[in-house]
Design a protein around this ligand. Structure first.
Ligand SMILES: Nc1ncnc2c1ncn2[C@@H]1O[C@H](COP(=O)(O)OP(=O)(O)OP(=O)(O)O)[C@@H](O)[C@H]1O
Ligand SMILES: [Mg+2]
Length: 360
C-alpha cells in the first residue's frame, strides 16, 4: 500500500486543481507521477489512491457529482499518468542496463577465475615436481653418506677392540665418543633416507604373515637397555587372540621401536607398556608411558617432520624430530591410522591401528 503522505499529496493536488487555476498544477502533477514510480507504488495502488481522492473530492463539493469531478481533473491526470509511464520506462531501461553491466562483470570474473586457476595448476605442478626432486636428491645423498659412515663405525670398532694395537684409556674414551657420534649420525641419515623415500613414493611394502607377539617383543628388546638404564619397567602385553597378521613386519617393528623409544626418552619414572589386541578386523597397538606428557596445544604438531616440542633451547633430549613423522607415514602406507592422547605430567598413549590383512 502507498504511504499516507503520497495519498494526501495526491488528494491535495487534485483538490487545488479543481478549485484553482489549472496550468499551475500540471508541473506538480508530472512531479507526483514521477514520484509514484520512485516510491515503487504499483499501478493497482495508484488506481486505488485515485478512486479514494475522487470520492473525497466529490464529498467536499456537494454541488458536483463524481463524474463532474472526474471530468474536471482529466488534464492533470493525463499529465500525471504520462509522467508515471515515462518514469516507469526509464526505470525499466535502467534496470536492463544494470543487468547488462552485471552480466559483463560476471563474465569478466569467470574469465579471471579461469585464468587464475590455470596459473595455480601450473604453480602446483611446479611445486610438486621440485618436492619430488628434493626427495629424490635427499634419498641419493643419504645413501652416499651412509657408506663412509659405516666405514668410520667399522674401523673405530676395530681400533677400539685393540686389533690395531693397544690404546690408552683416554684414547679409548675419545674413540668411543667418535663411534657414538657416528652411530647417531647414521641413525639420523637413516631417518632422513626413510622420510625421503616415503615422500618420493619409493617405499615398497613387503606383506607377509608374521607373529605379532614376536615382532613386538623383538622391537621392545631393542629399547630394553635404555629403559633399564633409566630404571623404567618395560612390559609387553599382547592379547592371546592376536596371533598372526599379514603386513610388513620390518615396518611394523620400526613403528613400535620409534614409539617405545619416545616413551622411554620422555619418561623419568614409572613404566612403559606396549599393549596389543584385536578390534573387529583391526590390530590395535598402544604404547603407554608415565612420562612428561604433551600439552593439548602441541598434540596437533607432533607428527610434523622435524617437529620437537619444548622451547628449542633447553631441550634436554636428543633426536631430530623425524620419528613420529615417519611413524605416521608408515602407518598410513600399511593402511592404518595413528593417534595420541596425553596429559602433561601424567603420561601419553600412542595408539595405532592396522588392518589384519594388508592390501594395496
Ligand atoms: N611419549 C612421549 N611423551 C612426551 N612427548 C613426546 C612423546 N613422544 C613424542 N613426544 C614429543 O614429540 C616430539 C616429536 O617426536 P619424534 O619422535 O618425532 O622426534 P624425536 O623423538 O624428538 O626425534 P627422533 O625420533 O627423530 O629421534 C618429541 O621431540 C617430543 O617433544
Ligand atoms: Mg622419536
Amino acid at each position: 500500500m502507498a504511504d499516507q503522505s503520497i495519498e494526501d499529496r495526491y488528494f491535495r493536488l487534485l483538490k487545488s486543481y479543481v478549485m484553482g487555476p489549472k496550468e499551475e498544477h500540471l508541473a506538480a502533477a508530472a512531479e507526483l507521477g514521477r514520484e509514484l514510480v520512485t516510491a515503487d507504488v504499483p499501478e493497482e495502488d495508484v488506481a486505488e489512491i485515485h478512486e479514494k481522492a475522487l470520492r473525497l473530492l466529490a464529498q467536499e463539493s456537494p454541488d458536483m457529482t463524481l463524474e463532474d469531478v472526474a471530468h474536471l481533473i482529466s488534464g492533470p491526470l493525463m499529465e500525471m499518468f504520462m509522467a508515471y509511464g515515462l518514469a516507469f520506462r526509464e526505470r525499466l531501461e535502467e534496470r536492463r542496463r544494470t543487468e547488462e553491466e552485471l552480466r559483463k562483470h560476471r563474465d569478466h570474473l569467470e574469465g579471471l577465475v579461469k585464468e587464475r586457476t590455470a596459473e595455480l595448476v601450473v604453480a602446483k605442478d611446479r611445486a610438486e615436481e621440485s618436492d619430488r626432486l628434493k626427495s629424490a636428491f635427499l634419498a641419493v645423498m643419504s645413501h652416499e653418506l651412509r657408506t663412509p659412515l659405516n666405514s668410520i663405525i667399522g674401523f673405530t670398532g676395530i681400533v677400539l677392540q685393540g686389533l690395531a694395537g693397544p690404546l690408552s684409556e683416554e684414547q679409548a674414551k675419545q674413540l668411543g665418543m667418535v663411534q657414538g657420534s657416528a652411530r647417531h649420525l647414521l641413525e639420523l641419515i637413516n631417518d632422513v633416507l626413510d622420510i625421503s623415500k616415503i615422500e618420493a613414493g619409493e617405499v615398497e611394502i613387503d606383506p607377509k604373515a608374521f607373529d605379532v607377539r614376536e615382532a613386538i617383543e623383538k622391537a621392545a628388546q631393542k629399547v630394553g637397555l635404555s629403559a633399564e638404564k633409566k630404571g623404567l619397567a618395560l612390559t609387553v602385553d599382547v592379547a592371546p587372540e592376536v596371533g598372526r597378521i599379514t603386513s610388513d613386519r620390518r615396518r611394523f617393528e620400526q613403528i613400535v621401536v620409534n614409539l617405545v623409544n619416545n616413551a622411554v626418552k620422555f619418561t623419568e619414572k614409572g613404566e612403559v607398556r606396549v599393549e596389543c589386541c584385536l578390534s573387529e578386523d583391526r590390530l590395535v597397538t598402544c604404547v603407554k608411558d608415565t612420562g612428561i606428557g604433551i600439552k593439548p596445544e602441541d598434540l596437533g604438531k607432533l607428527f610434523e617432520a622435524f617437529r620437537q616440542l619444548g622451547d628449542g633451547l633447553s631441550r634436554p633430549q636428543e633426536g631430530t624430530g623425524l620419528g613420529l613423522s615417519i611413524c605416521k607415514k608408515l602407518v598410513a602406507l600399511l593402511g592404518g591410522g595413528i593417534r595420541v592422547e596425553s596429559k602433561p605430567g601424567e603420561g601419553s598413549v600412542f595408539t595405532f591401528t592396522l588392518p589384519k590383512l594388508w592390501s594395496a
